[in-house]
Design a protein around this ligand. Structure first.
Ligand code: AMP
Ligand code: GLY
Length: 419
């Protein structure tokens, strides 16, 4: 098969690597890809937001299967455009990707179908939001309704902060049109767990659990980022919690989408908080998580292309997902200053040490081929994943590897998977 992957981050590198292991994959393309993905795939210079161009490319090259890694093209309807041309594509249609594209939609869905989540109110008018916040308990959570690169969530400690947040999101449009509506949510506490699941419109099969580290600095301090590291499995996600989530969250979400005429085919990502009152949904995403994918896929035993095909053909029931009985840890190497201002263009040393080294994976995010080698080209540069028989061993391996790769202004957290 000829397979096209759409995206350019560590997640897409992990997907490209996993697809390259499939006996069904003959040729892999990635648009736009990056310097690491280029090892497994031919990178094509089309942006993931150029939907028509991507469909034209897939048609011209007779691509057998396209896998969409990122949220924005899904929410914009890339799957519908491909399907109209008779092209096979893995991901939810526009009317199902809305589960990530609109927080107001997902909160209303959960409320209607009694899926456990934080209490909330939705506002289209900033002044009404501010009057509501005057009489609220704090902390309180503000969420821009639309996509905001994972940055549209503000946790406010008092009314003054909340007022400034409403202004930034709804009046100053810090996240553009994503801030036309605002969800104000009750603050929850507990451990966070990410669970990714394959869906075929009717059936849902979950993958192994993971935990993400969103803040920039050790001890969960600093600004929110796209993710500074992750590990899998989460020791807090017990069999009992899994059963509960299957019956009260995962299956009910699939059924709810079906009832609404929005059959979900693709990856459904459940961001959960394990609260004192049980697991609750923090957010849904309509795609693989990043960096979660960088620890989940190295542990997956199945041929992933077979699973994609089963989802598209509505026969996920026949598939038994299997994961190694080990652990994986991913430490993100970033450019100093990320998620704010950072420099790029510095040569990365030491990458050759991990080429085809069993149990080690260097997933590229912001990298580029320079004249003298691979150079940094983004805030998050590399995801260094290592496996081990348990989390402690995987952590040791990941940090050893992270120490062997170097570039100017390299920055990482030192407490990933330190439980
Ligand atoms: P989201 O993009 O919705 O996952 O939110 C980003 C992060 O904000 C989450 O991973 C949580 O750490 C935090 N967060 C979101 N919603 C809540 C909430 N209701 N209570 C506490 N923390 C939250
Ligand atoms: N790691 C969280 C996300 O992919 O949105």
């Amino acid at each position: 098969m000829k397979i096209l992957i759409v995206g350019s981050g560590g997640r897409e590198h992990a997907i490209a690597w996993k697809v390259s292991q499939s006996k069904l994959a003959d040729k892999i393309y990635c648009a736009p890809g990056n310097a690491g993905i280029a090892e497994y795939a031919e990178c094509v210079d089309i942006k993931s937001t150029e939907l028509e161009k991507l469909a034209y490319f897939a048609e011209k090259e007779q691509i057998d299967l396209t896998i969409i890694g990122m949220d924005a093209p899904l929410v914009a309807g890339i799957v519908d455009i491909f399907e109209k041309k008779g092209l096979r594509v893995f991901g939810p249609r526009k009317n199902a990707a809305i589960i990530e594209g609109s927080k107001a939609f997902s909160k209303d869905l959960m409320k209607k179908y009694h899926i456990p989540t934080a209490g909330y109110e939705t506002f289209d008018n900033p002044d009404k939001a501010i009057s509501y916040l005057k009489n609220s308990d704090y902390p309180m959570v503000l969420k821009a309704d639309g996509l905001a690169l994972g940055k549209g969530v503000l946790i406010c400690q008092d009314f003054e902060e909340a007022k400034a947040g409403v202004k930034a999101i709804m009046k100053d449009k810090q996240f553009g049109g994503a801030g036309d509506r605002l969800v104000i949510e009750e603050f929850m506490t507990g451990r966070e767990v990410s669970v990714l699941a394959f869906c075929d419109g009717t059936n849902i099969k979950t993958m192994t659990s993971a935990q993400d580290y969103k803040r920039a600095k050790d001890g969960d301090k600093g600004l929110n980022t796209g993710g500074m590291g992750t590990f899998s499995p989460s020791p807090y996600y017990t069999e009992e919690i899994h059963e509960y989530c299957m019956n009260h969250i995962y299956k009910p979400t699939m059924d709810a989408m079906k009832m609404e005429g929005r059959d979900f085919v693709g990856i459904l990502f459940f961001g959960l908080m394990l609260t004192e009152k049980g697991p609750k949904v923090l957010e849904y995403n309509a795609r693989f998580g990043d960096p979660e994918t960088q620890v989940v896929l190295p542990r997956m035993k199945n041929d992933i292309v077979e699973v994609f095909e089963a989802c598209i053909e509505g026969r996920l029931e026949d598939i038994q997902l299997e994961f190694e009985d080990n652990a994986a840890v991913c430490v993100v190497l970033a450019s100093e200053g990320y998620p704010e201002y950072y420099e790029k263009g510095y040569i990365i040393h030491g990458l050759e040490n991990f080429k085809n080294k069993e149990g080690y994976y260097v997933f590229h995010a912001g990298t580029q081929k320079g004249l003298d080698g691979i150079v940094t080209n983004g805030g998050r540069v590399l995801g260094i994943t290592a496996t081990g028989t348990n989390l402690k061993e995987a952590r040791k391996h990941a940090y050893e590897a992270a120490g062997c790769i170097d570039f100017k202004n390299k920055y990482m957290r030192n407490d990933i998977a330190k439980l």
